[in-house]
Design a protein around this ligand. Structure first.
Ligand code: HAM
Length: 420
């Protein structure tokens, strides 16, 4: 067995991995909490699965580029395992095992980290987060429209508009018809779809010879792409009813790189960045394939990544302002305890403990400090109030830092005065 090259110890994380210092962590929390709020408003329930899975789950089920990007290894029990590169095979496995326990339709979401050994490029990391939303046991247009509408609302919730993003929607069936008419066998179709998936990123000189292997000329392909899109009438009507028509475009080049998609597929695209914010589709055969036919269930879902989303949010002025305000508000203190007389520290600690127990966010100096320094610390922490404990105990002073107004009150009234 090859001995792995030792990694030169560095203080930086590995390429494509991130440290989340408090400022970055607060942005991540803002994104996750917004995702959670919107998913719950659509009556989706949160779940999670293991971070490590049998490698086979992805080699057989995800297919495409993902297989070459696995973080895989043999564990001490000699199992071939992989860090999860995506959630779909895991959630399909979980649903298959307890299919009977859940009334359909099942609407589930999860927020988790994923690992792909990607080439270094803008917007792509080796560890990233995804929100996954999936609907099981439903094959209606209403269900598909519900998920597309959730995908749109997940971006609108950050203040993004139809100028910043849109959905590119297609049905893989379009290509089944195209390939079927040319006598191309179903088992060769995934390879063909890989060419279509890369059409936008690869030059014609690369795609053309690959198409020729399927006896499809460049001109023939362009003529097909120029044909009017198939009728998505009922889906459009559903989206129109929700006032969301402007967010959706139909585009035959959208096929998605993953092998398991069977019907409607889509991407959420940020034109200013030329990158996908999210992607998904229908995968009606995956559960039956995983269970050798024992369980069969309709499935439709998508995943949103955090990396491109954060870039877009920072690039659009009003979404950037909203992000910054939200991060500031999340870290601001309700009150800062100023200990003006060290002899009263024990009483001060008792009061601070009560205020914290009532849910206030409060900080105070851990060791004796000048009163002026304590007020500076209160301002720096963005505290709304300073609670000043001094020789007048059990009277205390409450100072509203924004207005610099001050009032005196009894220690037991502080909580009520702070609005709790
Ligand atoms: P995907 O298109 O591979 O689909 O990934 C979905 C989103 O995750 C992408 O649009 C992108 O925003 C983000 N993403 C993917 N790879 C990376 C990376 N290396 N770095 C940063 N962001 C990344 C899936 O994963 C499917 N399992 C989605 C799905 C759910 N289909 C049905 N249900």
């Amino acid at each position: 067995m090859d001995t792995p090259a030792p990694i030169k110890l560095s203080l930086q994380p590995l390429p494509g991995f991130r440290d989340f210092y408090p400022a970055e962590h607060a942005v991540r929390t803002y994104i996750f909490e917004t995702w959670r709020r919107v998913c719950r408003s659509y009556a989706f329930a949160e779940y999670d699965g293991p971070m490590l899975e049998p490698e086979e789950l992805y080699v057989k089920k995800s297919g495409g580029e993902l297989v070459g990007q696995l973080f895989n290894f043999v564990d001490k029990g000699k199992r071939a395992v992989a860090l999860r590169p995506e959630m779909t095979p895991t959630v399909a496995r979980m649903l298959a095992v307890r299919d009977r326990d859940y009334k359909k339709p099942v609407k589930w979401f999860s927020i988790a980290s994923f690992f792909r050994y990607e080439k270094q490029q803008d917007g792509r990391l080796r560890e990233f987060c995804q929100l996954n939303c999936d609907l099981f046991g439903d094959r209606s247009t209403g269900g598909e429209a519900e998920l597309l509408s959730l995908a749109i609302d997940l971006f609108r919730a950050f203040g993004l508009t139809a100028e910043d993003f849109h959905l590119r929607v297609n049905d893989r069936g379009v290509w089944d018809d195209f390939l079927g008419a040319r006598g191309i066998a179903p088992e060769r179709r995934p390879d063909f779809l890989q060419i279509i998936d890369k059409l936008e990123r690869e030059p014609r000189a690369v795609s053309e010879p690959k198409l020729a292997e399927f006896s499809v000329s460049w001109e023939e392909l362009q003529a097909f792409l120029a044909e009017p899109a198939p009728s998505f009438g009922p889906l459009i009507a559903e989206l129109e009813a929700r006032g969301l028509r402007e967010f959706v475009r139909f585009d035959a080049t959208i096929v998605r790189g993953l092998a398991y998609y069977t019907g409607l597929v889509f991407e959420v695209f940020a034109p200013a960045h030329g990158r996908a914010l999210a992607g998904g589709g229908r995968y009606d055969d995956l559960i039956a394939t995983l269970t050798d036919g024992a369980v069969s269930q309709h499935a439709f879902g998508f995943a949103v990544g955090d990396v491109v989303l954060e870039k877009v949010l920072r690039a659009v002025p009003h979404t950037r302002a909203r992000l910054e305000e939200s991060v500031r508000a999340a870290s601001a203190l309700d009150a800062y305890g100023v200990i003006a007389d060290e002899a009263r520290r024990p009483e001060a600690l008792g009061l601070f403990a009560q205020l914290r127990a009532a849910g206030l966010r409060l900080d105070y100096p851990l060791a004796a400090a000048k009163v002026g320094k304590q007020f500076q610390a209160a301002e720096a922490a963005g505290a709304r109030y300073a609670v000043v404990i001094g020789a007048e105990w059990p009277q205390v002073k409450l100072k509203t830092l924004a207005t610099r107004t001050e009032e005196a009150c009894a220690a037991e009234e502080v909580l009520a005065r702070l609005g709790r």
